[in-house]
Design a protein around this ligand. Structure first.
Ligand code: BDR
Ligand code: CA
Length: 315
């Protein structure tokens, strides 16, 4: 199984991504770093530790990452979406385990040496830790097989501003640094994550799984389901982070995913945090642009929900 490092701001859909990766035999989760986003980095690590303990995976190292974005301060998260504690205000059984002594940046760099050339990276929060790791060691991409990022919006509106998606807009400078670096990047934007929904029947299947972790995930989803009512007209949830995880693992296959130039707007205007994906003039499908590094996923072969629920129900 391929070694995989997850960087996340755990977070309701981050919890689903974590569970999905734990249930995926194709990969071996070798470390998780936290970053401020949905909640502060420390709380995100606590949530990750609690979820890992429920899954019986106290062997996976968890490290606290950056509290503040590369430029500016942390805005305090989104309690109305992910709860004050990040996991929908559900009180998970505490793991009793402490995070690693070193930071998430140190964990990522260490794993990149231990698994040089093989390490896969999935990032489903703001890209602060990855940018700091690049700053500390610009040779990092040489040791990473590929990087999958949940973030941005190509042809879709933003979700924290008219054009800004949360993971990118919460730290645009970091996102720009990461997308400028020389690694094999797949961007999984709102265009596809908003088209993959989890329904009440799916949540019920998790609640009734009769396993150690899945029913807790069903509980954690309750508040998040409510948040999506104004957008979709019913209780349900977009599957942002688990879709990125599934694309990285190969459980879902991109069908339209051209490599195109992507620029992150780091100005202070209304476009701050936008991912400008250059899809100009390619009306006969979306072929790769020569020299472009970032693969932008615009469509996938199958809905994620049934596959996700099937895997999560084993935990
Ligand atoms: C992204 O922002 C976070 O709130 C979610 O966990 C996801 O990673 C969606 O824009
Ligand atoms: Ca996230």
């Amino acid at each position: 199984a391929a070694p995989l490092y997850l960087d996340c701001d755990t977070g309701v859909d981050d919890s689903l991504a974590l569970g999905y990766l734990l249930a995926s035999p194709e990969i071996d989760l070798v470390g998780v770093g936290s970053v401020s986003g949905n909640v502060g980095a420390r709380q995100g690590a606590v949530n990750t530790l609690d979820l890992l303990a429920l899954a019986g995976r106290d062997d996976v190292p968890v490290a606290v990452g950056a509290h503040d974005p590369v430029a500016g301060g942390y805005d305090g998260g989104v309690p109305h979406i992910h709860g004050r504690n990040g996991v929908g205000d559900v009180i998970l059984p505490p793991s009793g385990r402490a995070p690693e002594d070193g930071s998430a940046v140190e964990l990522l760099l260490r794993l990149s040496h231990e698994h040089a050339g093989r390490l896969r990276v999935v990032a489903v929060g703001p890209l602060t830790n990855l940018a700091l790791a690049l700053r500390a060691d610009p040779t990092l991409p040489e040791r990473v097989r590929d990087l999958t990022v949940m973030g941005g919006a190509a042809l879709h509106p933003g979700n924290v501003s008219p054009v800004g998606e949360a993971n990118i807009a919460n730290d645009p400078e970091a996102a720009a640094t990461v997308l400028e670096a020389d690694w094999d990047v797949t961007l999984v934007p709102l265009d596809v994550t908003m088209a993959n929904l989890l329904e009440e029947t799916d949540r019920k299947a998790l609640l009734e799984a009769g396993t150690a972790l899945a029913p807790w995930l069903g509980e954690v989803l309750d508040l998040y389901f409510g948040f999506h009512v104004p957008t979709f007209g019913r209780r349900c949830s977009a599957l942002h982070d688990p879709l990125a995880a599934a694309i990285a693992v190969g459980g879902v296959t991109p069908t339209v995913a051209p490599r195109v130039p992507v620029v992150v707007d780091v100005t202070d205007g209304p476009g701050r945090g936008q991912t400008l994906c250059d899809l100009r003039g390619r009306y006969a499908g979306y072929p790769d642009v020569p020299g472009a590094r970032t693969r932008v996923v615009l469509a996938t072969d199958a809905p994620l929900a049934p596959h996700l629920v099937e895997r999560l129900r084993t935990l």
